[in-house]
Write a protein that binds this ligand. Sequence first.
Ligand code: SF4
Length: 58
Amino acid sequence: MGFDTYQIDPNKCTECVGFYDHSTCQRVCPIDNAIIIDPEHIETKEELIAKFEQLKNS
Ligand code: SF4
């Protein structure tokens, strides 16, 4: 939880790679375009899979 909004920790977000085929938060959020890709944290699918594996094993 941020100051007045929820914030996504880029170190823990895998864009749902490893769990789902789409970003679950974007699917369930009732506000269009409220959750967008952070241009400062663009990751390849391989990087996201590696993060998923690291988080799963930590
Ligand atoms: S639901 Fe998926 S895309 Fe959204 S913050 Fe969590 S891991 Fe990232």
